[in-house]
Design a protein around this ligand. Structure first.
Ligand code: 13P
Length: 248
């Protein structure tokens, strides 16, 4: 049985003071949650997350990692460094990185492998743009994004990844995929995973991301292949994040 994962992606938001208040608010509002919970913070605040969250119910993670192991890569952050500050998760291939930093399917696949090798759980993001959806290419686009990762990792590694379906047109727009639209893609992704390993595919958590809020979380999370959420805006308010956790 798959556990639900509710993960916050703070993106480039926060400050020491704001994060302290947010983390305290989340932790104090948790009432025996039955789901996994994580926050993915900007790199400078990961040590703050480690100090605030160690030993508790909320895991923390990063939003990107270097494809390289170590060395002369100015500005890059390695998987080992993320482990060093206690990260469990790292988001890989978010559409904002694909769009603004030119991350290819191949780079995303290599980063996924790098994360797995370091003992991190990559949250691998896939998703189509509005133009791709409107021209009927959704299945092909997310299929290719998923295939690149599956061609790079071993079948045994399927138990160490999380997948997030994030339709680009739903991110930060207030437009959410309907539960049926999301379920259709999640089911397709699970079939892809099953081509690699049927048993492992049944256990991979596939999250939905894109304007998930307290008022739509329940119906999305009720779908058979939606195993959680990757939450942007609503993860920045403790009350909203807690409401989504409760919906799960
Ligand atoms: P929003 O929830 O703000 O739409 O962001 C979703 C997202 O990109 C999470 O990674």
């Amino acid at each position: 049985m798959r556990r639900t994962l509710i993960a916050g992606n703070w993106k480039m938001n926060g400050s020491l003071a704001a994060n302290a208040a947010l983390l305290a608010g989340i932790q104090s509002g948790l009432d025996q949650p039955s789901c996994d919970i994580a926050v993915c913070a900007p790199a400078p605040y990961l040590a703050q997350c480690q100090a605030a969250l160690s030993g508790g119910l909320v895991a923390w993670g990063a939003q990107d990692l270097s494809v390289h192991e170590s060395g002369a890569y100015t500005g890059e952050i390695s998987a080992a460094m993320l482990r060093d500050v206690g990260c469990r998760y790292v988001i890989v291939g978010h559409s904002e990185r694909r769009a603004y930093h030119g991350e290819s399917n191949e780079l995303v696949a290599q980063k996924t492998l790098r994360a797995i090798k370091a003992g991190l759980t990559p949250i691998v993001c896939v998703g189509e743009t509005l133009a791709e959806r409107e021209s009927g290419q959704t299945g092909q686009v997310v299929g290719q994004q998923m295939d690149a990762v599956l061609a790079t990792i071993a079948a045994a590694d399927l138990s160490n990844i999380v997948v997030a379906y994030e339709p680009v047109w739903a991110i930060g727009t207030g437009k959410t995929a309907t539960p049926q639209m999301a379920q259709e893609v999640h089911s397709l992704l699970r079939k892809k995973l099953a081509e690699k390993d049927v048993a492992a595919a049944a256990n991979v958590q596939i999250l939905y991301g894109g304007s998930m809020k307290p008022d739509n979380a329940k119906e999305l999370l009720a779908m058979p292949d939606i195993d959680g959420g990757l939450i942007g805006g609503a993860a920045l308010k403790a009350t909203d994040f807690l409401a989504i956790i409760r919906a799960a």
